[in-house]
Structures are given as C-alpha cells and as structure tokens.
Ligand binder design. Structure first.
Ligand code: GAR
Length: 437
C-alpha cells in the first residue's frame, strides 16, 4: 500500500473528497497517511484529525527562506515514507528539491481547464474571477503532474463545467468543486497510485496511456482483463476512424450488448464493415469484436461450437489495400478466463489468411491484454504484429474509462465501450463514450 501525503492551505474540501473516496472504497491503491498544511489555522487540518490522519504544519513565515521551507517539507515527506504527494489547494509553489525527489509523483488540482487561467498568481477564487471577466462559457478543473513550471506539468485528467448566467466567482467556484474537482481528484490519485505501485514492483507492464498516447492511429482495439481486486472481468472496445464515414458513428446499447449506428444518417455513404454489433452476451460469455464476426461467434457458440470453430470460418476484411484484420475476444466470467484472436492477411495477399488464437487461463489480476487492428498509421495500414500486449487495468471503471478515452488521439477517436462484469454474480456496469454527441 502506498503512502499518500496531501498538502493543503485552507478549507480542505478536496482533502475531504479524498478521505471520502478512501472510506467508500474508491481510493484503494494508496492510503492518506499525512496532511501538511502551510497555514496552522487551515480547517483542512481539523478534517484530517477527525479521521485520525497525522498532520504537520510548515509555515513560510516561520522559515528563514524558501530553501528552509522546502527542506522542511521534503524532510517531513521522507520521514513519513511518502510515495505520492497530492497538492489539494496548497497555495505555495514547491521548490526544485521537492519536485526532483518526487519526480512524476506529485500531482496538483487546479480550478480551470489548463492552459486557461493558470500560472503564477492565479489560484483559488482569482481563477474564477478571471474566467468570468473573460466571459468563457465553459470552465472546469485539471489534475496535472507538478514540474518546475507553475501549473505547467503534464495533464492527467480534466472535467468541464458550464458557466451559468449570473454566476459570481463564489457560485462558480462551488460548482467547479462539486462537479469537477471532487470527482477527478480521487480518480487521478487512484490512477497514479496503481501505476506507480506496479512500476515499483518492477513488473514490465505498460499502461494503456503509455501505448495510446504515443500512437495516433491504432484502428480498433480490444482490452480484456481481470481487475486488481479479482472481483471483475474487464472488457474495453474502442473505435478510431480516419474517413468521415467511419468517424460518423456512435455506440448505442442493444439488449445486453452494443451496436454501432450512424451519428448523422444523411452522411453515411457505405454501412458495410462499419455498422455491426461489437458486443453480445451469451450466458456467461461476453463476445467483443470489430465486425460481424460477433454474430458468427454468437451463433456457433449457441449451437455448442467453440470460439475458434466460429472464427475458422472467417477471414480478414475485404477492404483492399488495407485488408483490415478481424480482432475478436471473449470473456467467460464463470471460468475467469478469456481469449483473443486476430485474423489477418499474409503480407497483404488477399487469398492467404493467418489465424491466431490467444488463450488466457488463470489470468493475473490487475492485468489485461490489448490487441488492435493496425500497428500504426500508414498507407496501406500495417496490420497488428505479435502477441496481444499486457497492460495495467484498474479497480474503478471510471478511472479506466478516463485513462483510455483521454489517451486516444483526439482527431481519430470515435467511441469507447467499457464494461466491468462481476465475476461471481454476472452483474455488470457499462460506460459508453461517444465523440459525436
Ligand atoms: C480548490 O478550488 C483548488 O482547485 C484550488 O484551491 C481550492 C482549494 O479548496 N487550487 C488552486 O487554485 C491551485 N492553483 P479546498 O481547500 O477546499 O480543497
């Protein structure tokens, strides 16, 4: 379990959101073991004490200079074996000595959509005063890594909030907190804790964010895995598109599964290959594919045949010159196992099919496997190569959904489906994100 320190300067409502997330089981990969306040009268200190969390006060005015202030904070963090530092309304700028020691392990919540209304001097109510002065219609909150540039580190999560007629800085601040800050801060903390703890165990497993952010076009992708707490089977399916026809799509729920649908039917030029049911449920099995082979697998298995027997009757897609691979997956929740498959052309030859099946028996909790149609962008598009990639998955469906959606290339992403299936009861929760709304 990782030790989290939360640094505050005031009321501590974001600290409260983290404490609540911890107590309701939404923050499970780390524990708040220390709260440091830069003001001794901060109400956040009372909140921490009420929950039995150790507190420390480090005030700038009692230090000789910035260096002493930073050294004191660093000492407290190290003495308490802190792994992750969360700035939650901490209104001092941390020095390099702390930032370097905790590289990629300090995050901050800022009450605007960075890069708007941020940087030196812009904190707390001032941010909302500036947003109202500028007349923006949308604002929000951002969680980002802390580096030496104030509010300049890599963005982890953002959430937008509407500005309403008659908003004052106070009403806007309250809404941004309620609708954005208190939601994304616990999610981001859980996300970076899981990522850091796996890295700490030196497991050579990538995060989906690492893979997706560095590849602008992977086509369609399937992830199947088991949650770290072993409670859920996890399925994610995303579609990306380059043509207008392909981008003009949304996922809609259909029985227990989903199907693709034209967002604007007047713009649909050719429905073949892009309108299908990516997800279908058959008893304990959830089938997910990038085409109408979902129906083939469903029909074969309904008649007592296997996933492999069904796909042995199919080949890759006929979309010359890409010959897009057919990727498929199946999760059996009672057996707690899953399979993935890819049917692809042999060196772009339209007559020769290669069929690969990957069978995950007793899969490790906290891991999933990711397969996608294309290695990368190109003309023609190169098919996926090699084995499905082991990736980290999370206990919280919203953390996982945000990680995937926020990491997919903005221009090319179209829709995302994520499902968490309770392995003992079969009950599931689903998230669907469509770019076209
Ligand atoms: C929050 O709105 C937080 O985003 C902001 O201070 C407020 C603290 O409230 N932080 C910044 O402006 C950092 N630049 P809280 O003490 O009730 O959590």
């Amino acid at each position: 379990m990782l030790n989290i320190a939360v640094l505050i300067s005031g009321n501590g409502t974001n600290l409260q959101a983290l404490i609540d997330a911890q107590e309701s089981g939404k923050l499970t990969s780390g524990k708040i073991t220390l709260v440091i306040s830069s003001r001794k009268d901060a109400y956040g200190l009372t909140r921490a004490r009420k929950h039995g969390i150790k507190t420390e006060v480090v005030e700038k005015k009692t230090c000789i200079d910035e260096e002493e202030f930073n050294n004191l904070i660093l000492t407290k963090l190290l003495e308490n074996n802190i792994d992750i530092v969360v700035l939650a309304g901490f209104l001092s700028i941390l020095g390099q000595e702390v930032i370097w020691e905790f590289d990629k392990r300090i995050i901050n919540i800022h009450p605007s959509l960075i890069p708007s209304f941020c940087g030196p001097g812009l904190y707390g109510l001032k941010v909302h005063e500036e947003a109202l002065k500028k007349g923006v219609k949308i604002t929000g909150a951002t969680v980002h890594y802390v580096n030496e540039i104030p509010d300049g580190g890599e963005i982890i999560m953002q959430k937008a909030v509407k500005v309403l007629e008659g908003d004052t800085p106070e009403t806007l601040q309250k809404r941004v907190m309620e609708e954005a800050e208190w939601i994304i801060l616990p999610q981001a903390v859980e996300l970076i804790c899981t990522e850091y703890s796996r890295k700490d165990k030196r497991m050579e497993i990538k995060t989906l964010a690492e893979i997706l952010k560095t590849n602008s076009y992977l086509g369609r992708g399937i992830v199947i895995g088991i949650s770290p707490d072993s409670k859920h089977g996890i399925i994610a399916y995303f579609i990306m598109g380059r043509s207008l026809n392909s981008r003009n799509r949304i996922f809609v729920e259909d029985n227990e599964g989903i199907r693709t649908q034209a967002h604007d039917p007047t713009k649909m030029t050719d429905p073949s290959l892009i309108i299908y049911s990516p997800v279908k449920v058959l008893g304990n099995n959830t089938i997910v594919t990038n085409g109408d082979q979902t129906d083939t697998i469903y029909d074969y298995m309904k008649n007592g045949k296997t996933f492999e027997e069904a796909l042995n009757t199919r080949t890759f897609e006929p979309d010359k010159p890409n010959f897009t691979p057919r990727i498929s997956g199946i999760l059996n929740r009672s057996e707690k196992s899953y399979k993935l498959s890819i049917l692809k052309s042999c060196g772009g030859n339209p007559k020769s099919t290669q069929r690969f099946y990957f069978n995950y028996h007793n899969p490790l909790p906290g891991q999933g496997h990711f397969i996608h149609t294309y290695e990368k962008d190109g003309a023609p598009l190169p098919s996926f190569e090699g084995e499905p990639i082991a990736v980290l998955v999370h206990n919280d469906i919203d953390v996982f959904t945000c990680e995937i959606w926020d990491s997919l290339n903005f221009e090319n992403k179209v829709s995302l489906f994520v499902r968490y299936i309770d392995l003992s009861s079969g009950k599931y929760i689903t998230r669907i994100v469509n770019k076209n709304v």
